[in-house]
Design a protein around this ligand. Structure first.
Ligand SMILES: C[S@@+](CC[C@H](N)C(=O)[O-])C[C@H]1O[C@@H](n2cnc3c(N)ncnc32)[C@H](O)[C@@H]1O
Length: 239
């Protein structure tokens, strides 16, 4: 039914980075979704659409209820599951979410029309790098980056301009099923562009005093970045 994701897609989502029984525990013991969020989560799992796994759902619930960010930016909407989850748990947030996949945009539009009852979510259609420069600077409190992993380091300088000082950027799927800790020669050839992009991301952020960085071993890894200063210097070498 869904054409964008085959049954074998998103290999890293099936390579847990913590013990399998702990992953199962986190997925089964933490409060389950109900209502339309359950419906969307079930649909995504059934169609192998790579929405955030249940442990991240539980973590985002907590983050949203606690932080109540005024403005949220998401890169990677898919069917709109994570955007609706954030909206549901932070009723006063304004959320801008970006996607370029026509099929996913179709599902997202349908789901936002049905379930975004407070009209919190704005969907921008197109390539993130084309759309990001037009967004207002210094205005987002929370950014969720959940798109092509090799491009995180390409998007990050632009994203950081858009975030307020003190704001949080969360990047999903940064462990590549554990590959990031290996030598590049042990990584499958087809995965090496992502590997290189992620290593550049780690080099630019983990030890950078303009940011406070934390790696979380949840899902396929989250990198959380607090923006500490107005102009973050990522010290990126020119390509
Ligand atoms: C992992 S899915 C997002 C899942 C969603 N955040 C959730 O958990 O419900 C990634 C999405 O990012 C989109 N995407 C990937 N690279 C992109 C880019 N460069 N610009 C815009 N969208 C992009 C894909 O089309 C896909 O729908």
């Amino acid at each position: 039914m869904v054409e964008s994701y085959s049954k074998n897609a998103n290999h890293n989502m099936r390579r847990p980075i913590v013990k399998e029984e702990i992953v199962d525990f986190m997925r089964t013991r933490q409060a389950q979704n109900t209502g339309f969020l359950k419906e969307l989560e079930d649909f995504a799992r059934q169609e192998n659409i790579p929405v955030i796994p249940h442990e991240t759902v539980a973590y985002f619930r907590l983050l949203m209820q606690t932080l109540q960010p005024e403005r949220i930016l998401e890169i990677g909407t898919a069917i709109g599951f994570s955007a609706l989850l954030m909206a549901e748990n932070s009723p006063h947030s304004q959320i801008t979410t970006i996607d370029r996949n026509e099929e996913m945009i179709g599902f997202a539009k349908e789901n936002f029309a049905k379930f975004d009852s407070r009209k919190q979510i704005e969907l921008l259609e197109g390539e993130a790098m084309d759309l990001l420069p037009d967004l207002p600077d210094d205005s987002y409190d929370f950014v969720f980056m959940d798109s092509a992993k090799s491009k995180y380091i390409v998007f990050l300088p632009e994203v950081l301009k858009k975030v307020k000082v003190g704001g949080l950027v969360v990047l999903d799927d940064i462990f590549q099923g554990g590959d990031v800790a290996k030598d590049i020669m042990e990584v499958r050839r087809g995965q090496r562009t992502i590997y290189r992009g992620l290593q550049r991301l780690f080099d630019a952020t983990l030890d950078n005093p303009d940011l406070t960085a934390s790696l979380i071993s949840m899902s396929d890894g989250l990198l959380m970045l607090r923006k500490n200063v107005e102009n973050v210097d990522l010290k990126l070498a020119e390509n």
